[in-house]
Each structure stands twice: as structure tokens, then as C-alpha cells.
Design a protein around this ligand. Structure first.
Ligand code: SF4
Length: 404
């Protein structure tokens, strides 16, 4: 059943439930608000949200599980990208029990293309906990939700307020932008005391009726009007209370301290062919890109001649003798603190010889057209694109298989 066919949500409760503000939520003081009349701002925000909210499929449901999935997918990913993934995920795993009992590779297969696979892994882990410890029902408070793997302070606030009408605050990038401008916060927006002040303000705003809509209204305002560049202040429902609008410096807020430059690293990835199949190896269950598939390879030094290291790395990680290698090019990938340059080679090895496992958990020889069915992290997908394998390849394979 597609989400569009799903039962329409029950009407929002007229009264919200008692606050379940996540830990550390101390009471706001008058100085936190810079004179903002909270009650009036709340009213205007709700009125504007009712008239202007964008249509998103998860806004037609009150199923906490479906809302949780949408929140997990929306982290680091745009709404338009998420919609088809959310629909497909719910078709494959319609409830928490189905997700909890599914093999992780099936979950990855539906997640493929969304990236940040740790989110999928955490969802499955948390679903197992919900089934084992909560009788298959998501906890209905922010505190309870935060105990589940992968659910942080923001996500707990979002699910508790939207799905359970709890007065649970949240802040994300959009809300931070709105608050720094509204309240005229002209200090580093990532400073601990500034962040805590914003949580206190969010906690005060979310009180009363329709906490979920208040939170969504704030985020929607940040996403559609209070944009990083050219904010649409004239259309903003709370501009008469906005400090940055009055001062005229909205675009310069929030203030972000410059981050340290990412460390540069270099590595080799080898598209290794034997008998028409390609070798894929799976990373260990912990650490960076845990549990994901990739092409065999390894790190090299900045000054290394990449082609001189292929044979040695191949022997070291899979124990196979190289017959030939061709450099296909390089791809770049930015992690949170590291910038990776991946030198990609296409190589052949002798038809015989067992793969030895060094530094990875599993391996498979896979037909090239099926490679993208495996869950790969971003750098490997970029490397595969150099060989001509893109998401369109897997879509074609899926269409072919479906037609059989
Ligand atoms: S008036 Fe402008 S800067 Fe202020 S909250 Fe509204 S959109 Fe943002």
C-alpha cells in the first residue's frame, strides 16, 4: 500500500501533552528572548504555517513509525530526494516489526542512493530494540526516544512533537538561522551557551497547542522564507519582531566560526576483474563506513606514485597476484574532517587463487551490472561511475529483472 493510499491521520489533538523536553532543557529567562513576544509570535507562525506549508507525504500521517523514518531520511538530505525513498521504504518495511526482522542487506538495498548508511543501520538496530523492549511501540516521549540508537536530541523532539503532540522542542539548521536573526544573536552560533539558549527559546515556543506544527512551522519558515541568501522578509509572518530585519543584517547571520581545514588523505581503489566478475569487499561492522561494500584498496602517501603501489596493496589486502592495471582517474570525497582523493584502477588477476581477507569482513565476486545492488559508500559509488556504473545501471538491471 502506498503512503498516499494510507489512512488519513486522525485529527490533531486539541491539547498538547505535557512537555517532555529532552535532557538539559533548563527554563528560559526573559533575557533569552531579546523582547520577543512569544505568544504573539507563536500565533502568527501557526497561522502562516497552516496557509503555506508544503505538501509532503509524511504530513498526511500520524503513524509514529512513518514519521520516524522520514526524520531519519531527512537528515542531510533534501525533501524532494527523500519522498520516493520514504515511499519505497514503507512499502518494503511497513512497520517496526518488519524492519526489525529484515536482513540488513535488504534494508541497505532499499536505502541505496540515499547515502549515510549508518542511518539505515541505526534504524534497524532501534527497530529491534523497540520490538524487544517496547512491545513494538515507539516510546512517546523525547527522553524515551533518545535512548534508541541513532535518535539524537533533534530527532527525538521532532518525533515526540509531531507524532505524539508532546511539547518537545527541537532546533536544526533552519531553526538556528531563524532564531539568530529573530533574536539578533551576533555571536558564534555553534558556541555551547548560544546553542543552549536556542534550545531554551525553542522549549518556550513549543508550549501549548499544536507543538508539532509549531516546530514544523519554524523549520518551514527557515526552509522557505528565512533562507541563507535573500531571505523573503516582506512575506515573513514574524518580521515585526525580527531584530535582523530591523537592523538589516539578516544575510550575515548566523555567525559561523571557520572550521578547521579537513585533513587530506589518498587511497587506491581497484576494480578487480576475474572471469567477467568484479571483486567487492565488505568493511568491518565498526568504524568509518561500517558494514558497507567497496572495491579493494588501501591508503597511500601523498607523494606515492599510485600505480607503483597497486600490486603491493592488492597482495596485502586480498593476497592476489596482479596481471595488469590501468589508471582510470581519480575522484574526491569530503568526509566530515577528511578530504579523500581516491585513485581508481581497473585491474586483472590470474583466474586462480583464493582471496585472503585482510581488514574486511566478507567478499564477493559480482557481475558488473549487479555491483550497484550492494550498499556502497559515496567514494566507491564515485569510483564505479568512472567505470561507467551509475545508479542508472542498477535501475536498468532492476527493470530487466522485473520484466522477467
Ligand atoms: S524577518 Fe526575515 S530575517 Fe527575520 S525571521 Fe523573517 S525571514 Fe528571517
Amino acid at each position: 500500500m502506498s503512503p498516499a493510499q494510507r489512512k488519513r491521520p486522525a485529527k490533531a489533538h486539541s491539547k498538547s501533552k505535557a512537555s517532555s523536553a529532552p535532557k538539559g532543557g533548563s527554563e528560559a529567562s526573559a533575557s533569552d528572548f531579546s523582547g520577543l513576544p512569544v505568544r504573539a509570535a507563536r500565533k502568527k507562525l501557526l497561522r502562516w504555517y497552516d496557509a503555506n506549508k508544503r505538501d509532503m507525504p509524511w504530513r498526511h500521517t500520524r503513524d509514529p513509525y512513518a514519521i520516524w523514518i522520514s526524520e531519519a531520511m531527512l537528515q542531510q538530505t533534501r525533501v524532494e530526494t527523500v519522498i520516493p525513498y520514504w515511499e519505497r521504504f514503507l512499502e518494503n518495511f511497513p512497520d517496526v516489526e518488519t524492519l526489525a526482522s529484515a536482513p540488513i542487506d535488504d534494508v541497505y538495498a532499499v536505502w541505496t542512493g540515499l547515502g549515510y548508511y549508518s542511518r539505515a543501520r541505526n534504524l534497524k538496530h532501534a527497530a529491534e530494540t523497540v520490538v524487544a523492549e517496547h512491545d513494538g511501540k515507539l516510546p512517546d516521549t523525547a527522553e524515551g526516544l533518545e535512548k534508541l540508537k541513532g535518535i539524537g536530541r533533534y530527532t527525538a523532539g521532532a518525533i515526540a512533537s509531531i507524532a505524539f503532540e508532546r511539547e518537545a522542542p527541537l532546533i536544526d539548521g533552519n531553526v538556528i538561522r531563524v532564531f539568530t536573526r529573530l533574536l539578533g544573536i551576533r555571536e558564534d552560533s555553534a558556541a555551547k551557551e548560544v546553542v543552549e539558549r536556542m534550545w531554551r527559546v525553542a522549549g518556550a515556543i513549543v508550549r501549548g497547542e499544536r507543538p508539532g506544527d509549531l516546530n514544523q512551522g519554524l523549520m518551514e519558515l527557515g526552509a522557505t522564507l528565512c533562507t541563507p541568501k535573500n531571505p523573503h522578509c516582506l512575506a515573513c509572518p514574524i518580521r515585526t519582531h525580527c531584530d535582523a530585519y530591523a537592523v538589516g543584517d539578516a544575510e550575515s547571520l548566523p555567525i559561523k566560526k571557520k572550521k578547521a581545514k579537513p585533513t587530506k588523505i589518498r587511497a587506491i581503489a581497484i576494480y578487480l576483474e576475474r572471469d567477467g566478475k568484479v571483486l567487492s569487499v565488505r568493511r568491518p561492522e565498526t568504524g568509518l563506513m561500517a558494514g558497507l561494500w567497496e572495491l579493494p584498496g588501501g591508503e597511500i602517501d601523498a607523494k606515492d606514485e599510485a600505480k607503483d603501489r597497486v600490486q603491493e596493496i592488492l597482495l596485502e589486502v586480498v593476497g592476489l597476484e596482479l596481471l595488469s592495471a590501468e589508471h582510470l582517474g581519480s575522484v574526491n570525497h569530503l568526509f566530515t574532517h577528511r578530504r579523500l582523493t581516491l585513485e581508481v584502477f581497473r585491474a586483472h588477476v590470474a583466474p586462480k587463487g583464493r582471496v585472503k581477507r585482510q581488514g574486511f569482513d566478507a567478499h564477493k565476486w559480482v557481475a558488473p551490472e549487479s555491483l550497484l545492488d550492494l550498499a556502497h559508500a559515496g567514494p566507491t559509488r564515485k569510483a564505479l561511475a568512472l567505470v561507467g556504473l551509475t545508479d542508472e545501471t542498477s535501475a536498468r538491471t532492476a527493470r530487466k529483472n522485473n520484466a522477467k
